[in-house]
Design a protein around this ligand. Sequence first.
Ligand code: CO
Length: 134
Amino acid sequence: MIGRLNHVAIVVPDLAAAADLYRRTLGARVSDPVDLPEHGVTTVFVELPNTKVELLHPLGPDSPIAKFLAGNAAGAIHHLCYEVEDILAARDRLKADGLRVLGDGEPRIGAHGKPVLFLHPKDLCGTLVEIEQA
Ligand code: CO
């Protein structure tokens, strides 16, 4: 059911330093920072040949990643995002297998303008997983 790995998201304490690390040291193609106020993050997109890395930093007082950063001061992997063809069909199948969908269970529009859902990390090997309708 899941398809391509769309991105790996990494929460970082210093977005400029992390962007510089990926651009200069690792030699990747790196975007300018993009504020996504509706998601409470500023993100830098790192384009790799086969997937993306998203560097995330909290934006605003109610950022959903503020606590995560507080507990991971050096930064850490936050979630993986897998592509699915039909997000409602994927959701229903996962729920039928006992996986917990976060929030109200309805897809929201994610950082790429496409519908996404997040799945409880305790049901997926300790990893927060985002599914995105590609
Ligand atoms: Co994501």
